[in-house]
Each structure stands twice: as C-alpha cells, then as structure tokens.
Design a binder for this molecule. Structure first.
Ligand SMILES: [Zn+2]
Length: 400
C-alpha cells in the first residue's frame, strides 16, 4: 500500500508535532474474544478497513486464520495519521505459539511489511528424581517430570517391573533425559531418556541408552545386556537333551486329545542336570499336581520359569532360596503325568506361559568387545552427569 507523498509528509508532521491537540502514538493489547475476527478487532481499534485487510493478509502468510482463538493476543501500535479514524498501524506483533512471533511494521515507503521470527531451540539434559507417593503421574508432576518422559520410563522398565502392581510409596525413580528448550526456558519438546534408575522394594534397576558401533540404539543394563524383550534366560536349561515337543497346540501324549502345550519339552535321560535358566529366587519346589516334582523360579517381578517332572531336586533347593543362572536346581525324571523322562520347561511373563522360542535371549542382545568398553565408560559418564545435573541444573547458554 503506497500512499501519496503529501499524505506521508503530513504523517511525519503529525508524528513530530508536540501539539497537545494531536493524538499521540498508542500501544494496545488486543485480546481476541469469542466470535471476533482480526479485521474486526483492528477496525474497532481505529485502523481503516482497507489497512486492516492488508494486515490480515500479512498475518495469514504465517498463520491460518481458522486457528484464531479467544484469548490470543495482538500487540498493536497505532500512530496518528491523516485517515478517517485519525490513526494508522505502526506495528503489530502476534505470537501464535511460544516459538513463533509474527512481526508487522511499516517500512520507509509506508508499506506494511511482515516477518516471522522463530526462537532458537537447544538441546539440554534434565535430571529428575521422583519419590512415589500416591499415583505415579501425580508423583511425577511433583518432581517436575513431564508425562511423556514418565510414560517412556514406565515402558522401559516394564521389562522387569509391573508399575500397576509392584510400585509402592517410597519407591524411587531417577531420570536423565534430553529436553529441547528456548533461551527463555520454554520446553519445545522432550527427548529420549538417556539414563534411568528405579528402586522398587529392595531391588534396583538401572538402564542406559547406548548407540553401538553398528549404529543400533538400545537400552542396556549396567552390565551391557539389552533390556529389549530380553529375559536374560538360557535357551536350553538342561545339561543335554533333545527338544522333543514345542510350545503350542498338540495331541497330548497321555490324554490323547488336542491340548495347549504351554512349554517346551527336552527329552533327556533320568538324572540329567537341570539348570536355573536365570538368576532368581525359588518360588516353589515340591510336588505340584500333574507336573510331579516341580520348581518355579522368579527372575523379576514380571518373568519366572518353571521346570517339571524332575526325578529329584538340586541340593538345598527350597522356596526362598536365591539361585544363580546355571545352578543345578534338579534332575530330569518322569514324575507326574509323563510318558517318559523329560524336562517340561515354561517361561512365564506376568504369570502367563509364553513361547520360550519367542523370548529373546541375553547373549544375542549383549554388548561385547569395544562396544562393551565404550558402553562402560558411558555408564560412568551418565551416572556422573546425572548426579551433577541434579545438584546444579545446567544453566541455559547465553544468547549468541
Ligand atoms: Zn511338556
């Protein structure tokens, strides 16, 4: 919009004038109300209709007017002018979201021009410690841990812990995560968890995000084992044996009709050693219905394994006893409902039998060699970073 030079001259005169009769430049904060249009509020503020249309056109370059909402604010500077209303627009700013500001001004030619400024976002690390008291999300709010990060932590720790069932008041979650912020502290988005530690009951679980040399990003326990669907279990928990029956529907060898087989069978001679397929605590050791001599080991609040038809138990095996992976817990037999010597082996996730073949095994998901060395350095560094950050949050970098 180009105006007659004479008009511009008069504007400048008006601007320079200290005559109290002349209207002064004025700043107005215009809040959009229900049913308002931008053109409407601008004309109400004293801007000529044609100019208001021009401004709407400029704002629309960066903002869809359909998204105009009550409560949004336009800061408008009006200057005295030789118009019907006595004013024209000098400047307008509008921030449709915390990252964007639309700036409209009048250039030297008197034309209305616009510009979009976007705030720079930088990545930071944030450390939070939350103590469970009441709901997990309520506790997270009190610790200033964003819901999205809390949800991710719950998902990550689900390899070992059922939050609904296991978490009690006083349990603790430590999290170090990426956060993307503006200079003035607005969190544009949260990023990935890089380290987290959960204390539940007497147990402690820590996990670390790591990118291996092959470029694969995963979460690992402190000893470099992937947590992803990994139960850390042995694939064949028997000294030797042939897999004689898999998991799934089969014709039962004793009953003769179709039945779900909820484990895998290993045919082995009587007396063959049976191993604890992972570290854990003996939950059950004794006669158990058709399973005969039966042992169940709890490896985490989520995962347990069961061993059936044993001829006898390993030395000292009884409920409550801690066992190590590979420790002998019993010997192959044919007690209970069984057609011959074999180990019936089950993997249970949340107390439901799953196909042991579908469970990933730790050796396939563990870091080795250089990756393991680099990972261990990273574990130490992340632990230190967490402690430092929690004590003294990293200050935002100064503007460049
Ligand atoms: Zn079986």
């Amino acid at each position: 919009m180009r105006r007659d030079p004479a008009v511009k001259e008069s504007v400048e005169l008006a601007e320079r004038s200290s005559d109290s009769e002349s209207p002064a430049a004025e700043e107005r904060r215009i809040e959009i109300g229900k049913g308002d249009t931008l053109a409407g509020v601008l004309t109400n503020a004293g801007i000529a209709y044609a100019e208001a249309q021009d401004v709407v056109g400029q704002v629309s370059r960066y903002f869809n007017m359909k998204n105009l909402r009550p409560g949004q604010v336009f800061n408008v500077t009006l200057e005295p002018a030789d118009t019907d209303t006595g004013y024209q627009l000098a400047a307008l700013t509008f921030a449709p979201d915390p990252l964007k500001t639309i700036e409209i001004s009048r250039n030297d030619n008197g034309d209305i021009v616009s510009e979009l400024s976007q705030k720079e976002i930088k990545k930071h690390r944030e450390a939070r410690q939350m103590v469970i008291n009441g709901s997990v999300y309520g506790s997270a709010d009190r610790a200033d841990l964003p819901d999205r990060v809390t949800a991710n932590a719950i998902k990550l720790f689900s390899y070992a812990v059922d939050f609904q069932r296991d978490i009690k008041a006083g349990d603790k979650l430590d999290v170090l995560y990426d956060s993307y912020k503006t200079q003035d502290g607005y969190v544009a988005k949260t990023g990935e968890i890089v380290f987290a530690k959960l204390k539940v009951g007497g147990r402690e679980y820590a996990l670390y995000r790591y990118e291996s040399s092959g470029g694969k990003v995963d979460y690992y326990t402190a000893d470099g084992k992937s947590i992803r669907q990994s139960t850390g279990l042995m694939r064949t928990p028997v000294a030797y044996g042939r897999r004689s029956s898999g998991f799934g529907v089969r014709v039962h060898p004793v009953l003769g009709y179709t039945k779900m087989h909820k484990g895998v069978d290993f045919a082995s001679p009587v007396g063959t050693a049976i191993y604890a397929s992972g570290d854990g605590v003996i939950e059950r050791a004794g006669r158990f219905s058709t399973f005969g001599n039966y042992v169940r080991i709890r490896h985490s609040s989520k995962v347990s394994t069961a061993y059936a038809h044993m001829s006898r138990f390993g030395k000292g095996i009884r409920p409550g006893m801690k066992v190590k992976q590979g420790q002998i817990i019993g010997y192959v037999g044919t007690t209970g409902r069984s057609t011959g010597p074999h180990l019936h082996y089950e993997v249970l996730v949340n107390n439901i039998q799953v196909n042991p073949s579908a469970v990933k095994y730790s050796s396939e998901n563990a870091l080795t060699g250089n990756d393991l060395n680099n990972f261990k350095r990273s574990v130490r560094a992340l632990g230190e970073e967490y402690t430092q950050n929690l004590k003294a949050p990293v200050k935002l970098a100064s503007a460049e």
